[in-house]
Design a protein around this ligand. Structure first.
Ligand code: NAD
Length: 484
């Protein structure tokens, strides 16, 4: 299978926070890979902009080190790296000061796409947006890319939207949710809307329930004080998991067009019911496996922030009336695994004995590890032992389907940055979507804060707190096993 690389227009991409962790781990190595693939063309440039007192050469050295550290060895080619580094420049800038902006203005070229990646703390978004405007660095075609977290509640998200809207139109603002850049997540739309097989069954009449799991094995050690202000609800559910839920639950858009897709996602968020307190389970990991507990890592002995959350969510519309969506995410769990599982109902009448071994059909969309999809179907158990059924997967792993080219499938950041240059906003969150997601999230958080709810402890390496198992058991259902 040959994947087509379509080069994007020439660009000047300015990375504010170009010396930071995200730039080094994801943005710069990702751009190198797009350059290697021929998608970023010779006449494009990347300009690092940060506080550090570097020059072009010392910044290039930093980028070279980032490539060495974060690009797989078999994709490191000395000649291509040298050519890539020639495209790189640096300007020392303080987002809140005046130095450096005139120099940046002078570096901008006419006739190429201008994009500005705000890979800095959100508190700096306003200062940067304003200076780009006042110094006439951004033009009407320029794009800005902003990172998460986009607010910590509705009020702060509205304030951020307002600050950006002062100088940029919605069509110029690209709010990153890297989950939307994953190959499988986009494939979800292809599977739903390019096949006749699934869509007729994609409703409460045939879907028993949906499970969305984002499990991590890592702790918050080293960034506990920061994480403690956020927690699993703000860090994962309000953004990434909500987006996954939207893609599963949304109606078919009239066209694969950025606003048509985002309109449909927004309708899902608006259709979410408030979640009852008994349908929310929050947890904190205990000490174990040679590591400290959440409380030790958070540095706050009385912290009530959750490192795990499970929710039973209801989408109140015609399509989903009666189909619960179970969401769970947490740190220090059994395995690093993200998946969406759609469990279908029983056939209306079974012609087989109760003892036949019937199980439900499940469509599993794996985000990590081993991105791919799997449809669990029933077949006859081979052999002469009568009609006994067994569940087998129809498996489509992208690694297997794409062969050697699987390594060249762009990662989420690479794809999203190329979309920014192409001017395609389909995989970016619109301002009203983000606000609607916070409008649903805020009362839940305020509710447990007002009640003084304490998260339940869970052991590292487990699948979460006991109460989360009960959340499903009470409904006669079970979570899927968390497998890496
Ligand atoms: P970082 O602390 O490693 O880097 C911050 C960067 O901002 C540095 O380059 C620093 O020089 C620059 N900076 C700080 N103050 C500045 C100022 N006044 N003027 C100009 N530059 C200034 O942070 P990071 O981890 O790279 O994160 C950057 C953004 O991306 C944050 O909003 C973060 O929430 C978000 N993010 C990071 C990750 C990640 O994996 N690191 C993941 C998702 C989102």
């Amino acid at each position: 299978m040959v994947s087509r690389v379509i080069p994007v227009d020439a660009f000047d991409l300015v990375i504010f926070g170009g010396t930071g962790d995200l730039a080094k781990r994801k943005i710069l190595p990702g751009l190198y890979r797009r350059f290697m693939a021929g998608q970023m063309t010779e006449n494009s440039r990347i300009i690092g902009a940060a506080r550090a007192d570097l020059n072009d050469d010392s910044f290039r050295a930093l980028v070279g080190e980032a490539i060495e550290e974060f690009v797989p060895k078999d994709r490191q080619d000395a000649k291509i790296i040298a050519q890539f580094l020639e495209k790189i420049a640096y300007v020392s800038i303080d987002a809140t000061g005046e130095g450096g902006w005139a120099k940046l203005r002078g570096m901008m070229r006419e006739g190429v796409v201008r994009a500005f990646y705000f890979s800095v703390a959100p508190s700096l978004f306003g200062a940067i947006a304003e200076r780009l405007h006042l110094n006439e660095i951004a033009d009407a075609q320029s794009r800005i890319v902003v990172e998460k977290p986009f607010g910590r509640d509705l009020a702060s998200a509205k304030a951020l939207n307002a600050v950006l809207a002062k100088h940029f139109t919605e069509a110029q603002i690209y709010r990153i949710d890297h989950y939307l850049g994953k190959e499988t997540v986009q494939n979800l739309m292809a599977v739903r809307f390019a096949n006749i097989l699934f869509e007729p069954l994609w409703k409460a009449e045939y879907v028993d329930h949906v499970q969305i799991t984002v499990a991590e094995t890592v702790s918050v050690d080293g960034r506990g004080a920061y994480y403690d202000k956020s927690g699993a609800m703000r860090d994962m559910v309000q953004n990434h998991m909500m987006q996954l839920l939207c893609l599963i639950a949304m109606e078919p858009p009239y066209h694969f067009d950025p606003d048509a897709v985002r309109d449909e996602k927004l309708k899902v968020i608006r259709a979410l019911d408030p979640v009852k307190p008994e349908h929310i389970v929050r947890g904190q990991y205990n000490a174990g496996g040679g590591e400290g507990s959440y409380i030790e890592h958070s540095e706050d002995p009385s912290s009530k922030t959750e490192s795990y959350i499970a929710l039973k969510v209801k989408v109140s519309n015609w399509r989903w009336q009666g189909t619960p969506f179970y969401l769970r995410t947490g740190k220090r769990l059994r395995a690093r695994a993200s998946e969406i599982a759609i469990t279908f109902k029983e056939p209306p009448h079974s012609i087989f004995d109760d003892a036949s071994g019937w199980r439900e059909n499940v469509l599993v969309i794996r985000l990590q590890p081993n991105e791919g999809m799997e449809l669990q179907v029933m077949i006859k158990e081979p052999g002469p032992g009568g009609m006994r059924l067994m569940q087998v997967p129809l498996d489509m792993s992208f690694a297997a389907a794409l062969g050697d080219e699987a390594d060249d499938v762009p990662d989420a950041y690479e794809r999203l940055i190329m979309d920014v240059i192409r001017g395609n906003q389909t995989l970016f969150m619109r301002g009203d979507e983000v606000e609607a997601a916070w409008a649903w999230t805020d009362p839940l958080i305020q509710g447990w804060e007002a009640r003084g709810d304490k998260p339940q402890g869970y052991d590292p390496g487990s699948s979460g707190p006991e109460d989360a198992l009960m959340l499903m058991h009470r409904d006669g259902r079970r979570w899927r096993e968390i497998k890496g």
